[in-house]
Design a binder for this molecule. Structure first.
Ligand SMILES: Cc1cc2nc3c(=O)[nH]c(=O)nc-3n(C[C@H](O)[C@H](O)[C@H](O)COP(=O)(O)OP(=O)(O)OC[C@H]3O[C@@H](n4cnc5c(N)ncnc54)[C@H](O)[C@@H]3O)c2cc1C
Length: 426
């Protein structure tokens, strides 16, 4: 199984491959799922000399981690005001600190391991739609007062000079968000893990788990792994692997396209190399690429679409913001599954002693997966209990794949709400 066709797969630089597991091995920790969550966990363990193996059913980065928009931000799925409401201000502050730590640690790893996933573009603009009563100034104040996090408010006039669209009101600038090529990033983390002694097996699906008090065992097509503990990081692709985790995961599809190189047309429409998004629930997000193409992502729905349908839908979205780009040719479009939970918050914990999970990163997995990997690794190695801040979110049953139907209904509700000026997510 190769990578799904995407701009990232076509321009791949990190090219290491790993043989499937054949035979039996024994490790301290087995990580199942080679996306960013699995690679971050395995790398953190390997960095500390722990005996770890990582198995991936397809290729490293084959799932959402190798297909996303590449925005590394420090947000929370559902937004900060909702997080404060749910967890209280003190815990929300701690969760924000942990996410931000993930954002920084990932950046350090890119540099330390010379991961070829650049050019890393700094800075993000989050934009309010035009005609809203509330400006984003209030949100900037909320973040400064409660989280000591300082964004720069951009009034409409400044935004209008920068982006040739009438559809936005104001915006805020976050200097700490950066954008990367995510497939190269995920493969680079795996390379770093292997270099520190982590064992990695691609094309090695966990077929069944045997977990009892003293023994954990996983069967794969051509092998068997015994481990003291297991970490499941299968994101929106977990299927039926483990009943509780599978039942709590609602995989939601979202989509990205990349245009042909647009040259001067792009420079006129978007004058900054930032990661740009709006604050609607089903956000539109985009960024100019170094070679003059535009990467545009958006839409969420319960099921995948054909690349052709995707390309025309996303192109319509782009043209509705930037009419001057309406004739731009789409070079490629693709989709992937984000893992959501019922309450839209990320979840980290144990289903039973020594059976760990980390999932529910939604559309904000790039930084949060590093946070999750560090927390689980510290818990395993030294009994650190920081991960317990996530216990309050539990692992609520969401119907698994069946949960997609209500999720689609919620999305339609948000689409309608957005039309009438509600449905924001900050
Ligand atoms: C189109 C798109 C755009 C996005 N844009 C952004 C963005 O700009 N910024 C951001 O922060 N987030 C974004 N996200 C979300 C982000 O990509 C995810 O939250 C994150 O990658 C989830 O990582 P993961 O490791 O949990 O899951 P995945 O990357 O999906 O990895 C799970 C892996 O588990 C493997 N697996 C499944 N079952 C088994 C098994 N039985 N045995 C072995 N392996 C198995 C799968 O093959 C897969 O590779 C986007 C997502 C999508 C789809």
């Amino acid at each position: 199984m190769e990578f799904p066709d995407s701009h990232y797969a076509r321009t791949l630089r990190e090219r290491d491959e790993y043989a499937p597991l054949a035979g039996e091995i024994e490790v301290e920790t087995l990580v199942i799922g080679g996306g960013l969550a699995g690679c971050a966990t395995a790398l953190d363990l390997a960095e500390h000399g722990h005996k770890v193996a990582l198995i991936e059913a397809n290729r490293i980065g084959w799932g959402a981690s190798g297909r996303n928009g590449g925005f590394v931000s420090d947000g929370f799925p559902g937004g900060y005001p909702a997080l404060v409401e749910r967890a209280g201000l003190q815990d929300a502050r701690e969760l924000h600190r942990l996410t931000f730590q993930g954002n920084r640690k990932l950046r350090e790893r890119i540099e330390r391991y010379r991961i070829d996933c650049g050019p890393v573009q700094d800075g993000a603009l989050r934009c309010n739609m035009a005609g809203q009563k509330q400006t984003l100034e209030e949100f900037c104040e909320f973040m400064a007062t409660n989280f000591d996090t300082h964004y720069t408010h951009w009034p409409r006039a400044r935004l209008r000079e920068t982006l040739a669209t009438e559809r936005y009101g104001d915006a805020f600038f976050n200097p700490k968000t950066y954008a990367v090529q995510p497939l190269d990033l995920t493969l680079g983390l795996a390379r770093a893990c292997a270099a520190q002694g982590g064992q990695i097996f691609e094309r090695t699906r966990a077929l069944s788990l045997l977990t009892n008090k003293n023994r954990k065992e996983v069967r794969t097509p051509r092998g068997r792994i015994r481990a003291d503990r297991i970490v499941i990081t299968c994101g929106g692709y977990v299927d039926g692997l483990q009943r509780t985790i599978s039942g709590a995961t609602v995989p939601i599809a979202t989509f990205v396209m990349v245009t042909e190189p647009l040259g001067e047309r792009l420079r006129k429409a978007i004058k900054v190399p930032y990661a740009i998004s709006d604050i609607k629930f089903a956000t539109n997000y985009y960024r100019p690429l170094a070679d003059g193409r535009l990467l545009w992502g958006g839409r969420v729905q319960a099921w995948q679409q054909s690349p052709r349908q995707l390309a025309s839908g996303l192109k319509r979205d782009m043209a509705s913001f930037y009419p001057d780009l309406a004739e731009a040719r789409v070079a490629i479009a693709w989709g992937g599954m984000m893992p959501f939970t019922r309450h839209k918050l990320p979840v980290i914990g144990q289903v039973e002693p020594d059976l760990w999970y980390a999932t529910g990163f939604g559309g904000l997995g790039l930084a949060l997966t590093t946070t999750a990997g560090s927390l689980i690794s510290a818990a395993i190695r030294e009994g650190d209990e920081t991960w317990r801040i996530f216990e309050q979110f539990g692992l609520p049953y969401a119907g698994g794949k069946l949960g997609k139907i209500p999720a689609q209904l919620v999305y339609w509700h948000h689409q309608l709400a957005a039309k009438f000026g509600h449905g924001k997510q900050l």
